[in-house]
Design a protein. Sequence first.
Lengths: 271, 296
Amino acid sequence: MESKIHKTGEQDRFIYNFNDDPSQVVMETIGMKVYYGDELAMHNDDIQFKKNNITSLIGPSGSGKSTYLRSLNRMNDDVARVTGKILYQGVDINQPGIDVYEVRRKIGMVFQRPNPFAKSIYDNITFALKRRGLTDKKKLDEIVETTLKQAAVWDQVKDSLHKSALYLSGGQAQRVCIARALAVKPEVLLLDEPASALDPVSTVQLEQTLRELKKDYTIIIVTHNMQQAARLSDYTVFFNMGEAIEYNETRKVFTRPKVQLTEDYVSGNFG
Amino acid sequence: MKDTQLQSKIAIGILKGIAFSVVLILAFLIGYIFVTGLPNISWGFLTRPARAFQAGGGIGIQLFNSFYLLILAMLISIPIALGAAVYLNEYAKDNLFTSIIRTSIEILSSLPSVVVGLFGFLLFVIQFGYGFSILSGALTLTIFNLPLLTRNIEESLSSVSDDQRQGGLGLGLSKFETIVHIVIPAALPGIISGVILCSGRVFGEAAALIYTAGQSAPALNFADWNPFNIDSPLSPLRPAETLAVHIWKINSEGIMPDLSQVSSGSSAVLVLAILIFNLSARYIGKKIFEKMTSEI
């Protein structure tokens, strides 16, 4: 099916899709709406996420990009009401009877501020596995090493695995949090402005890590930094006022946007 | 100098003076108690049983009773307070039921301890038939202690950043797992400090115990640790005068010749113990946190 500019109300929208090859799609939302109380916070947001790609969600503050992201692994359950379909591997995970804890293990999340637990680095990574009954020390050691290597922080912390994770620098702590999310073997990794609390050097390193990770994971990242989205991602969604306005290959979103609003935003004439 | 600058200088000076006077009052009080009391403290004084009519009595049994009661009261109140605090901070929605709970806790915490004591007397001593006993005292102290302890623990829990909870949920842990294994450990330093501070308050409490744990300290057989024997130190059903009650009692009806020495010595011990509780609270909380977060 051809992607084309939709007219919904006053607003033009352009949403790319992979309907010619659905096997590439690992996650998608169909008719999803998010309500805070009675207030509709998110709608018109049918997005398909391509496997082993990085998709950026951009948009001004309050545009709903974080709300959208957090709905994908049901982290909004406590604060909002989410209706519509969220398909993961073709299964609607937004329906009663779905094991939400399993969903969150399959669709991992890394948060804006690094949030290591008040435990050792080792325990931070193995904790969730131990809670699921994995006690084989050798296996746990192996997972700790692999995930820390994947998160590109193994060399810095390998000698202090049993020290508290609270004393790590912001960049290292955020990587340990990524390793922690990887330890439960997710397929999709959601990142909510993961670099906003990091310095520029750590940010560049983090982006490099994410590029490496996309070989094995599908990554969806919220960022308020447009350069970051442009550098890092394969696809970009632009959100505004609780709607997905434009979804396309990153290159196209930033160079030849189809919707005027997107053009205004990426060129800085927004407001 | 401009008027406004002068004004603010004077204001700051006055506020400093007020703050300093608080320190002064405390220093004077503690200083006086220590100067008059510390010379009377000796190993014998701390270990001998009290004497009603002769000089040379000690506070051994009272001291033991105070600690034993404190431990029992804490054993009962910590799980209850922790449960209440976890419920209030983590689960309770902002509704009428929650605000009724909160108001009740506030009212309970402002009840005079002598009223709590008389309530304990009626309920535990008379109604339940526990008599003047450690058990009655510990249960009454629990009522006395619960509101503040709950509040303390709740504050420690709420000081744990929400990011920690999100982190736990994001890993596919249930809310309960997240609270038990992530939030409570992260709050532990605060919880422990709170418990120790409450201990100081419980340790020095007299009015709530006069009619519940009783005003007599029968001789104990420190060779018998079977809690079911009535003269065992661990027996929960024996009457147990604590140090704070002892001070109150000898000052109101004591007739021993060395009354003032015993009284000032006991006061110094009591204040010293409470001071240690207070000063150690933060340190111990921090140490435990360090120990817990790293495995070495």
